[in-house]
Write a protein that binds this ligand. Sequence first.
Ligand code: SAH
Length: 243
Amino acid sequence: MTRRRWIAEHWDEATATLVGAQAEHLARVLRATPGTEADVVAGGRVFHAEVASVTPAEVRFNLVAEVRADPALPVTLVVAVYKFDRMEWAIEKATELGVAAIAPVIARRTEKHLAQAAGKRAERWRRIAHEAAQQSRRSDVPMVHDPMPLPQYVKATSEAMRIVLAEQERTTTLCSLLGEAQAAAGEEMPVLELAIGPEGGWAPSEEALFDANGWRAASLGPRILRAETAAIAALAVVASCLE
Ligand code: SAH
């Protein structure tokens, strides 16, 4: 049986602790006892660990030996805020696929009430990312940025190859841009940003803004995908090309 993996909130050289809901789950549901083995992620490093003490408020592990960690895909997924249930699904699946960071942005066609509520949702999005990272046995948790207006994100400087997924794009495929990015990065993994529009798509002024700031438009094929499908499809293409 594979060992369970936990991502610790607090750690030092030799120990790591889980608190809150995670500790409670280990103590009450899984009935962990001293000596129970698990994998524990502490500060992005993965360890074989053994439970040292258990209460429903805090579980302390002794870190026994470090094991090799798989790096995240060097990709930031930029998602225009849209229906929260679908967006949450996308965050969970993107985490499973290895995304390094998620940047929610407020686009022109983001519904007003969702744009207003987005700031307060970020904590929940982080929790979803944390749980999905643990479940998929990742060694890190994707960073979820606070939501910001799209122009602010688009104009910020970045070392990444910046790609905007757009169903209007007919000629350039994501695959062909990845080929370019790989050629430019040589032995390294190319660093990417992938932007996915809201349900109504990007507004023409946003497409112009992406273009003016050096973003490259890419297609995922001739069919129109829902935003969450586009996010997952794009990450799957990147994962299969780069890993
Ligand atoms: N404007 C569209 C739907 C937008 S789909 C409509 O006719 O209703 C939401 C987002 O998913 C888009 O902004 C784009 O980022 C992405 N997307 C969907 N299908 C795509 C495709 N075939 N190629 C690239 N991106 C796509």
